[in-house]
Design a protein around this ligand. Structure first.
Ligand code: CNA
Length: 370
């Protein structure tokens, strides 16, 4: 029974036929950074274009350090350099994000589990109760010392003005509620883990399936549930079960082809057209700098140039490096290096985020073993 073929063919047409059938009522999604690369946000691990490849050039002790809580405590600047570029509002959702909304409009979306922190699912108007941000997001923030929440508008203003926000009560560092390595995953994610087993269809898109425990969720799908991988390369164990479908290529192209086969392409493009946005963040950024200027009388050179406001993170990092190199002595890099563990490269940690131990010991497997 478990090995019964559910799909007529393990390709887009077999998948479209299944989605259109009565058998497919609950679609669960697992998303990674690859669904947002066409928006201009680099993923982590793509060679040359990925964040890690570029962050390494900032002379971090190892690229993952930028998302490590202990490193952040010592040196929050690299993270805030990234946060400035990644901050929600700067990027338009992709066709793939609109496909997720389309699944919801067709009453097929059960749960959208995303590792992404860019809030593009929200921005594409995927219903909020369907989105589980497994690694948190930029939508809220806390002081890492006293836990006090920090005002959204002030946070946005500080990040866009390239300032490091500090707690108004204890002056501790404020961090967006993004899960760093070594931190616990949100309770909503833990509660949503059983949803994977309820799926009639599991679609995994744009992820290297290397960060645990998220990556292990794919194994929780029922063996009769078709699992679809849409990715540039083959990852995880997808392809090993009789109903697995592997669609290697770009997410946007694959979902468009799928929608075409379903007769949904026009609807998809309409939804995507609705995501078109004015570059309101440019105005926000300018406002933020003005406000900070009024508050703190920032020197002129602290303000963003127009050049800072365009392009992707890699460009920004390139620009930063060029700027620093031309100054001769690189203050940021020097401070990063000073704060880093002496044993360069030796401390690279496994990509494992932590499940809150107390409640979860009975309910889920230990990290890395899902
Ligand atoms: P990853 O490890 O960088 O893997 C991305 C995967 O997507 C790779 O297998 C790529 O081949 C693939 N890919 C890249 N572009 C495309 C495309 N256009 N179409 C199809 N596949 C593509 O990223 P993961 O998401 O697997 O790693 C989890 C980390 C990444 C999470 O903790 C995130 O918070 C973190 N992250 C998020 C963002 C974001 O929010 N947009 C950006 C960068 C990293």
């Amino acid at each position: 029974m478990a090995n019964k073929k559910v799909l007529k063919s393990q390709d887009i047409s077999g998948l479209a036929e299944y989605i259109a059938s009565e058998k497919c009522k609950n679609v669960v999604l697992m998303l990674g950074a690859g669904v947002s690369t066409s928006a201009g946000i680099p993923d982590f691990r793509s060679p040359e274009t990925g964040l890690y490849a570029n962050l390494a050039r900032l002379k971090l002790p190892y690229p993952e350090a930028v998302f490590e809580i202990n490193f952040f405590r010592k040196n929050p600047e690299p993270f805030y350099t990234l946060a400035h570029e990644l901050y929600p509002g700067k990027f338009r959702p992709t066709l793939t994000h609109s496909f997720i909304r389309l699944l919801a409009e067709h009453s097929l979306l059960h749960t959208c589990l995303t590792q992404n922190i860019d809030c593009l699912e929200r921005q594409a108007k995927v219903p909020a109760d369907k989105i589980i941000e497994a690694h948190g997001s930029f939508a809220s923030q806390h002081c890492i010392d006293c836990g006090r929440t920090y005002d959204d508008a002030t946070m946005k203003r500080k990040v866009l003005a390239k300032e490091i926000p500090k707690c108004e009560k204890c002056k501790g560092l404020v961090k967006p509620d993004i899960v760093f390595f070594g931190e616990s995953l949100p309770d909503e994610f833990i509660r949503a883990i059983p949803n994977v087993a309820k799926a009639d269809l599991l679609i995994i898109m744009g992820t290297s399936l290397t960060v645990h425990p998220f990556a292990g969720l794919a194994e929780r799908a029922d063996r009769a549930c078709p699992r679809v991988l849409i990715n540039l390369d083959l990852v995880g164990s997808i392809g090993k079960r009789p109903n697995d479908v592997v669609l290697l290529g770009k997410c946007d192209e694959m979902v468009q082809a799928l929608c075409n086969a379903l007769g949904w392409e026009e609807e998809l493009l309409e939804l995507w057209a609705q995501t078109e946005m004015k570059a309101h963040w440019e105005a926000d950024e300018a406002d933020a700098e003005d406000a900070e200027g009024e508050e703190d009388e920032e020197p002129e050179e602290e303000k963003s140039t127009a050049e800072d406001l365009v392009g992707v993170i890699t460009d920004a990092i390139d620009r930063k490096l060029n700027l620093e190199e031309s100054k001769g002595e690189n203050e940021d890099v020097a401070s990063v290096t000073a704060a880093a563990p002496a044993k360069e490269g030796a401390d690279k940690k496994e990509d494992v985020l932590t499940i809150p131990v107390k409640e979860e010991a009975e309910r889920v497997d230990p990290p890395g073993k899902l």
